[in-house]
Design a binder for this molecule. Structure first.
Ligand code: G6P
Length: 613
């Protein structure tokens, strides 16, 4: 979703902004713009890509040391030059960039119109900068105070940066509901502001995450943080571990492919220091403090969106299977609006890669208000979700840039497997030998994923056979069912081919009607407890002339004899099948999307972190 980058200091600002906006492209956007203050306050903005903006700015004077840039993902008003950010105030003396939604913008707009304000866009954002200027002019207050007072009047979510023509040594940023990171530069008095750390990391590792309702005032090289209620806060500077190389493609054609290939490492990183099968050791730092709560939990609620929700489904199977605690998995967006029953002894596990998904955050707040204990599973360190939870476990997958989630999913599943094992052990629902069996198999997963990655060329050939299909069906049972859902999601997200994931046995209650010789059906058919049943389902598909692509365990001759194509993956424990079987599906959708000429890393209409509901 919308991305923000801003700078104040002694460096030339334009290159920092353009490079920063390119780093933010992964979030998803449809227009981009910059404002530069150098005597005049100038705005350049354009629908389309950051490269379109850069081309349109070519030859113009963009010198200056203070400025801000924005990538916009349209909410209010279609994506065009006019609605792109930054937006000017009435006199053009102030400019704003904004991520989020101002819910009461239309009543404020009407009021300002009566006072002679003229608006040039359809956005809620423009209303806010007009309001700031109105307060500045009529209230006889400084820019800092005008911003603070205006924020007191708006309802909604925002991350904003404001510049004022007559305030050449000032920059103001604020957040409520949408993230803001302030980077403390290495040079004296320089500061960066961004919606996440990716545009900042090449300049500094020292960052401050603003809390909700906080405003950062940077003036004459000094930073002050206050709440909207005017309470001064002491900013907490933390050091980021993120490395610049992690934000580069590193020789791969796309971030998605790089991230698929990173999985042996990222899966390992997500269990590093937490488990040692040989020593029988398993520690989940954040959980220990809540041992009693977990042990007595009558129910666990898992919430998430998209791929994270699929990881939640895997967790449901794992936790019920191993730890025998009832689990419910909910879409965060449904949970928050359906008046759910939440008890004080419930444990709620929100799962999120970005840590910023608005619906997941709101669901957490709801569960918290009912007294539940919130234990998060998150990838982005310092993001809003881990800060809103009581405790949690980071997935340590490293930055994920491709919009389609790959390594974040396998890292989530790894951490959730560790959590299920931890719970099972503490509740005495698993024997030590079974624990050992799963733990040592889990440690061998990175090597097995490495083996699957060697099938890349074969999967590419398969992709070339199916790249023109209009529909796909993905089937799985047991632990293979969430994998079928995730495989279908990957395909539709990046290749725009319609795909549906289904529990294999449910096929006869609907999807079977769709099967004919045009319908590729991907079946997760690994050797596990439901293998025989899946084999029957494959027969049902073949009887209707469907084309079967089966993910099978190495050496499986039975399915080989029935399916049109097989992808053989190494054998593993039932409970760990998702970690190995999802990888060929990621590769299949990647190659199909590339062959169809799709923008794999930034698919149309999608955003990496969805910060509006
Ligand atoms: C967006 C992304 C998906 C992601 C989902 C949930 O739709 O494109 O890849 O699974 O949001 O995001 P989260 O960051 O909460 O895991």
């Amino acid at each position: 979703m919308c991305g923000i980058v801003a700078y104040i200091g002694n460096r030339e600002v334009y290159p920092i902004l353009i490079k920063g906006l390119q780093r933010l492209e992964y979030r998803g956007y449809d227009s981009a713009g910059v404002a530069i203050l150098n005597g005049d306050l100038k705005i350049f903005k354009k629908a389309g890509k950051v490269s379109d903006l850069a081309a349109s700015v070519k030859g113009q004077d963009v010198s200056g040391h203070l400025g801000m840039g924005h990538t916009r993902w349209a909410t209010h008003g279609e994506p065009n030059d006019r609605n792109a950010h930054p937006h000017f105030s009435q006199t053009k003396n102030f400019a704003i960039i904004h991520n989020g939604i101002i819910e009461n913008y239309s009543s404020i707009k009407e009021e300002l119109k009566k006072r002679g304000h003229v608006f040039h866009s359809d956005t809620d954002t423009e209303v806010l900068i007009h309001l700031i200027e109105d307060i500045y002019q009529n209230g006889q207050v400084g820019m800092d105070e005008a911003v603070r007072l205006a924020l007191g009047e708006v309802i909604g979510a925002y991350a904003i940066v404001v510049l004022g023509k007559d305030h050449p040594t000032e920059m103001i940023a604020a957040r409520k509901g949408s993230p803001i990171v302030v980077g403390v530069g290495k040079e004296e008095g320089e500061y960066f502001v961004a919606s996440d750390a990716t545009p900042i990391i090449e300049y500094t590792n020292n960052v401050i995450y603003l809390n909700d309702g906080e405003v950062a005032y940077i003036k004459d090289g000094k930073l002050t943080v206050k709440t909207i209620e005017n309470q001064v806060k002491t900013p907490y500077v933390q050091e980021l571990e993120m490395k610049l190389e992690e934000l580069e493609k590193g020789g791969y054609d796309h971030f998605m492919l790089k991230e698929i290939y990173e999985q042996p490492r990222s899966i390992w990183d997500s269990m590093r220091g937490r488990i040692d099968a040989q020593k029988g050791f398993l520690r989940m730092g954040g959980m220990a403090e809540y041992d009693a709560k977990f042990a007595n939990a009558k129910r666990i609620l898992i919430i998430g969106c998209g791929t994270s929700w699929h990881a939640g489904l895997v967790a449901e199977y794992l936790i019920e299977d191993l730890a025998r605690i009832p689990v419910e998995v909910e879409y965060a967006s449904e949970f928050r609006y359906r008046n759910p029953i939440i008890n004080e002894d419930d444990i709620v596990i929100p799962i999120s890669q970005s840590g910023e998904t608005a619906d997941t955050l709101a669901a957490i707040e709801l569960a918290k208000s009912k007294g539940a204990t919130i234990f998060g599973v998150c990838n982005v360190v310092g993001s809003s979700i881990p800060r809103a939870t009581h405790a949690g476990a980071y997935t340590h997958a490293g930055p994920e840039i491709g919009v389609a989630s790959t390594k974040a999913f396998t890292a989530q599943v790894t951490v959730l497997t560790l959590m299920a094992l931890y719970l099972a052990r503490h509740r005495g629902t698993i024997s030590e030998s079974r624990f050992q069996q799963i733990a040592s198999e889990l440690e061998s997963i990175p090597a097995k994923v490495e083996q699957v990655l060697k099938l890349n060329d074969k999967i590419k050939v398969l992709a070339s056979k199916f790249k023109d299909a209009h529909n796909f069906l993905y089937l799985g049972r047991g632990y293979g069912f969430p994998v079928a859902l995730e495989g279908a999601l990957k395909l539709k997200e990046i290749s725009y081919i319609h795909a549906e994931g289904y529990p294999a046995a449910e096929m006869k209650h609907g999807p079977i009607a769709l099967i004919d010789e045009q319908m590729p059906v991907v079946v997760i058919a690994n050797k596990n407890s439901s293998y025989e049943k899946v084999v029957s389902n494959i027969q049902e598909v073949k009887a209707r002339k469907g084309v079967v692509i089966a993910i099978v365990t190495e050496g499986d001759e039975v399915v080989r004899g029935m399916a049109d194509h097989v992808i053989e993956i190494p054998p593993t424990d039932d409970v760990l099948i998702p970690l190995v079987s999802v990888v060929p599906l990621q590769l299949l959708s990647y190659h199909i999307a590339v062959m169809r000429g799709c923008n794999v890393d930034q698919p149309r209409n999608l955003a990496k972190s969805v910060t509006v509901e």
